[in-house]
Each structure stands twice: as structure tokens, then as C-alpha cells.
Design a protein. Structure first.
Length: 282
């Protein structure tokens, strides 16, 4: 396989860093974004010009466009764009501040949308490419105490699924990746917690207060998951969604099964609101 050039957001830790290491090791080039370039000094020292770096905060809309444009200008063709950067915000909706909510959506949802919109003109002009969105099983299933985090992931999945239909005629494939748990810094590093309210002490939402506990189990393997995310670029045609990890499969399967059962249970009521009522056939 010929060497590829990738643009990956958030390469300082977790899936982004592991993916970047694997791609550089096999001879690819990576344009990586980080909030602190010193976090990847070791990779830069080892791989030199094959690792292009830029500081980027996904809440800075003008900077996103500038960085993406500069990456394409400096590197020429970029084959795969991976929207990886993001973080978790946990707590009951009532416990969260307006500022926390805005920052979460600005990063996970609007930031990812802006990266995609900045990259798409380049991908279209070069005749194709891939756009990979790192989501989570929480883009289709939910847990208590994560309402705004889920809102960001459900939102970006809707955006990407629709965008996939928009750009398919240009040879651009779009894939949403939904990993389960893995030993990254997501829980004990990047995640942010709301200030607890005593009213929620005995509610399901309180379970998220312990998300930084290092004893919490993780099902997925970091290296395997990162390799599988990158491997989505080889799938033809590009699947709209790829679930990774048995826990991801379990959560998504239950959510979809329950949702379909609820839809079917209300089928008569659903059809009854049509202008021309008709008998529902089963």
C-alpha cells in the first residue's frame, strides 16, 4: 500500500497519539493538531518532517480554517482527515453551568463540524479522500449523567451521516467510528465533572462522579482500537458507522433494539395522525 498523508486532530494522547505513532512507524505522513506541541516533542524528534504539527483549540473557529488550509498547502494532498479531538463532560443537566455546556458543544460538535467544513473543499478539489469522525457508542446509546456529552455526539453523528450523502458524488467517503472503553486519558485526564448537587446524590447521574476512578474496567485495547480506526480508510465503500469493542456493540444493540420496539409499540398511534387515516397492516 502506498504511503498516505493524514490530518488528525488531538494527537497528544489517547487514540490520536497511538494512531499517529502507528502511521508514522509504517511510513505515512501525519499533520497533527495539539493544544501543546511539547506534548509530542518525542514524536517530532523521532519522525522529523513526516510529522507536521500545529497548535489548535477547537473552540477557535478562525484558527481551524487557517490550520486546515495551511496543512493542505504545506503537504499537498491529504488523503484522510480524522476528527479525533474532544473530551467528556459529566454530571446531571441541572448540575452543569452554561459555560461548561457551551464549551462542550463548541469543542465536540461545532469544532468537529468546522474541521470537516474546512477540509471538504480541499478533498473535493483533489478528487476525493476520506473523513473519519471519532465518536463513541454514546453517539447512539446514552448513560445517565452525560446528557450534554451525548448531545455533542448524537449531534455530530447526525451531521456526518447527512454529510456523507452530500459528498459521496465527489469520491469522499465519511465514516463515524464508535469505540467503547479503552485505556486512554479520556476518563482520568480530559474528562470534566460538574459540581455535584446533593439532590442528585442518590440518582443514576451520581455514578458519573466516579468516572476518574482508575479501577474502572476498560474492555478495548488502545493499540488495536487505534489500528482499527485507521483501518476504516481502507474499507470500500466507506461504511457510515463502525462500532469497535464488544461493549460498544452491546450498548448500541440494546439501544437500537429498545428504540425499534418502542416505535413498533406505538405504530397505530403514529399512523393515526396521517391526513388520510388507513388501517395499519402488521
Amino acid at each position: 500500500m502506498d504511503a498516505r498523508t493524514w490530518l488528525i486532530t488531538g494527537v497528544s494522547s489517547g487514540f490520536g497519539r497511538e494512531m499517529t505513532q502507528q502511521l508514522l512507524r509504517r511510513g505515512d505522513r501525519v499533520a497533527g493538531t495539539v493544544r501543546r506541541t511539547e506534548a509530542v516533542d518525542d514524536l517530532k524528534a523521532e519522525y522529523g518532517d513526516r510529522l507536521w504539527l500545529a497548535r489548535l483549540d477547537l473552540t477557535d473557529a478562525p484558527a481551524i480554517r487557517e490550520v486546515v488550509d495551511r496543512a493542505f498547502a504545506d503537504l499537498g494532498r491529504i488523503d484522510v482527515v480524522v476528527n479525533n479531538a474532544g473530551y467528556g463532560l459529566f454530571g446531571a443537566a441541572e448540575e452543569l453551568t452554561d459555560e461548561q455546556i457551551v464549551h462542550q458543544l463548541d469543542t465536540n460538535l461545532l469544532g468537529s463540524i468546522r474541521v470537516a467544513r474546512a477540509a471538504l473543499p480541499h478533498l473535493r478539489r483533489q478528487g476525493g479522500g476520506r473523513l473519519i469522525q471519532v465518536s463513541t457508542y454514546g453517539g447512539q446509546a446514552t448513560n445517565a449523567g452525560a446528557s450534554v456529552y451525548h448531545a455533542s455526539k448524537w449531534g455530530i453523528e447526525g451531521f456526518m451521516e447527512s454529510t456523507a450523502k452530500d459528498v459521496a458524488p465527489f469520491g469522499i467517503g465519511v465514516t463515524i467510528v464508535e469505540p467503547g472503553s479503552a485505556r486512554t486519558r479520556f476518563r482520568d485526564g480530559s474528562s470534566r465533572l460538574a459540581a455535584p448537587m446533593s439532590a442528585y446524590d442518590d440518582s443514576p447521574a451520581a455514578l458519573t462522579r466516579g468516572i476518574r476512578d482508575p479501577a474502572l474496567p476498560s474492555v478495548g485495547d488502545l493499540a488495536k482500537t487505534a489500528a482499527a480506526i485507521a483501518g476504516c480508510a481502507d474499507l470500500d465503500p466507506a461504511p457510515v458507522r463502525v462500532a469497535l469493542g464488544s461493549d460498544s456493540y452491546t450498548h448500541i444493540h440494546k439501544a437500537l433494539t429498545d428504540r425499534l420496539a418502542e416505535l413498533e409499540a406505538g405504530r397505530d398511534r403514529t399512523f393515526s395522525t396521517d391526513a388520510a387515516c388507513r388501517t395499519v397492516r402488521r
